[in-house]
Design a protein around this ligand. Structure first.
Ligand code: GDP
Ligand code: MG
Length: 325
């Protein structure tokens, strides 16, 4: 018994006090908080919306479907509320049944959140993918807000497109908001609808935190995003980024990262003629990471062939990807 006490005392000397680390203040009276699941088919702008709402880029976005691999939380704290947004992953493999995956992702979200934000694309009429989600949400007791996104890109047929979604919302008693995640227009009204549906609650996270993911994970994602954007269809889905080193100096942050690909041919594409592609990826990713760390960044990238990393769960874990059953 005394031995145990002694050990604990020793540790207490070496480690900072828990109360110093977790600076989660007591919420003021009347404070509301809760979890909001962002659901919808791929490419409607879920990740863009989450970034805009939390005010920082934490989820990568791209015109290519299947961008989001892991479930990611974005945290918004205002004087009145704390909302934890849960972005849901897209489709990993093209041969997966779209409906199946949408339903599975939506189900995960439904079971663990207080409010559901169902995002749809206001530039196209309601389609099969949306209806899969609607069927699932209509069976849930969780309040739903239907968000019509991409209002900035709507044209003359806006009214009939909106109608196709509003019909679905009215049939289920859901609130509707229309906005542009890209420009931020209409997000205040959405925010009010969200706030109204939250219940009294504590701070779940420190007020200055915007995501539950470590900074290194976001760095890796920002590099992966540039590969998605710049190489498009050729390579994207078989890359995994490892952040090997981060050295923070007063003037600059040095980052060493490895881009793992599955095949020699993909390595060639990622590097490009005279390393031009790798330079482009590095330059663009560096600019994004500078915003994240709010300072100068020196980014060094390596490309490595790591055959069949996708099949290996151990390797997936090594790269920081969670394999969801
Ligand atoms: P997700 O798959 O639902 O997470 O969608 P993303 O957030 O990755 O966005 C998919 C594409 O739609 C990206 O190219 C975004 O820039 C674009 N996008 C997202 N929101 C808007 C918007 O409000 N207006 C326009 N014009 N494009 C948007
Ligand atoms: Mg996404």
């Amino acid at each position: 018994m005394t031995d145990v006490d002694f050990e604990l005392d020793n540790q207490a000397d070496a480690l900072p006090l828990l109360s110093d680390v977790a600076l989660i203040p007591q919420a003021p009276e009347g404070f509301k908080s809760g979890f909001v699941g962002i659901v919808g088919r791929p490419n409607v702008g879920k990740s863009t919306l989450m970034n805009e709402l939390v005010g920082q880029k934490i989820a990568i976005t791209s015109p290519v479907a299947q961008t989001t691999r892991n479930r990611l939380r974005g945290i918004l704290t205002t004087p009145e509320v704390q909302i934890i947004f849960v972005d849901t992953p897209g489709i990993h493999k093209p041969h997966h049944q779209l409906g199946e995956v949408l339903v599975r992702n939506a189900r995960i979200a439904i079971d663990s959140v207080d409010v559901l934000l169902f995002v749809v694309d206001g530039t196209v009429e309601a389609g099969g993918g949306d209806r899969f989600v609607v069927d699932l949400l209509s069976q849930s007791k969780t309040p739903v807000i239907l968000g019509i996104n991409k209002a900035d890109q709507q044209s003359a047929d806006a009214e009939s497109i909106d109608h196709s979604y509003i019909q679905l919302a009215e049939a289920n008693g859901w609130a509707v908001a229309k906005f542009s995640a890209l420009t931020g227009d209409g997000l205040e009204a959405l925010q009010s609808l969200l706030n109204e549906r939250l219940e009294l609650g504590p701070y779940y996270y420190p007020p200055d935190l915007v995501t539950d993911q470590p900074e290194r994970f976001i760095m890796a994602e920002l590099i992966r995003e540039q590969i998605l954007l710049l190489t498009r269809e050729e390579v994207p889905h078989s890359v995994a980024i490892a952040i090997d080193r981060v050295d923070e100096e007063p003037e600059i942050t040095h980052i060493l990262a490895t881009i793992n690909v599955e095949r020699q041919s993909q390595k060639g594409i990622v590097i490009g003629k005279g390393a031009s592609m790798l330079k482009a990826i590095g330059t663009a990713a560096r600019q994004q990471i500078q915003k994240l760390v709010m300072g100068k960044v020196y980014l060094e990238l390596f490309v490595r062939v790591q055959p069949k990393w996708r099949q290996s769960r151990t390797r997936l874990a090594e790269f920081g990807y969670r394999v969801e059953e």
